[in-house]
Design a protein around this ligand. Structure first.
Ligand SMILES: C[S@@+](CC[C@H](N)C(=O)[O-])C[C@H]1O[C@@H](n2cnc3c(N)ncnc32)[C@H](O)[C@@H]1O
Length: 206
């Protein structure tokens, strides 16, 4: 068995045992362990949330449910398992999603998390371009829906367009980090960008 397969199987099997809907759960758990991204987050937007393992992690990590409000979005339906989760079935690339989210938010969000992935076709550059487009749309939502000082986490795929995206992040947030969790297949070009402290609601061009 290849190393990659072994790693994938390990997290796949672990998710079954731990009753997570997918092994993506371990990526958020590790990101949170390293960067405390969920600390003090009460109002959260989860973009591209299906099948819902990040929502399970939020439930597990944010045990004090008082004032917790999570708005989750995906193209496909999910089982909503808590009253404090509102689900919007929609496309994050459509402008209207921002007004739908703002209608559901009790106040500007503390945290936007995005695990968006396009349907992969196996062509490196195309997959990269499509994924960065989803990360850009997530950033646009974060700009519109986060409070000043709020944080943003997004999946990224390495490739030519990443530098431009990082510049935009640097202008709009106080700092950022890129991290590849162990549950992310080693050979995949996937990683996660964490942006800390939105500077202003005004759009800053690069
Ligand atoms: C890797 S999965 C997310 C896994 C999720 N974080 C979890 O823990 O269960 C990627 C998701 O992106 C969603 N997606 C892709 N493009 C989208 C779009 N334009 N709008 C909304 N969701 C999208 C897919 O439907 C899929 O459910």
């Amino acid at each position: 068995m290849s190393i990659k397969k072994h790693r994938n199987d390990y997290y796949y099997k672990k998710a079954k045992v731990d009753k997570f809907k997918s092994r993506a759960a371990y990526k958020l758990l590790e990101l949170n362990k390293n960067f405390k991204i969920l600390k003090n987050a009460k109002v959260i937007i989860d973009l591209c949330c299906a099948p819902g393992s990040w929502l399970q992690v939020l439930k597990r990590e944010l045990t004090d449910e008082k004032d917790l409000s999570i708005i989750a979005v995906d193209l496909v339906n999910i089982d909503v398992f808590e009253d404090y989760i509102k689900f919007i079935r929609g496309d994050i690339t459509e402008e209207i999603i921002i007004s739908k989210l703002n209608n559901e938010l009790p106040r500007p969000a503390d945290l936007v998390i995005s695990d968006c992935s396009p349907k992969l076709i196996g062509a490196k550059d195309t997959d990269h371009a499509r994924q960065i487009y989803l990360a850009e749309c997530s950033f646009n939502i974060a700009k519109n829906c986060l409070r000043i000082g709020g944080n943003f986490l997004t999946k990224i795929f390495y490739g030519d367009m990443l530098d431009q995206f990082k510049k935009k992040i640097m202008k709009n947030f106080h700092s950022y980090r890129i991290f590849k969790p162990k549950a992310s297949p080693r050979k995949s070009r996937e990683a996660y960008l964490l942006a800390f402290g939105l500077k202003t609601k005004k759009f800053i061009k690069q």
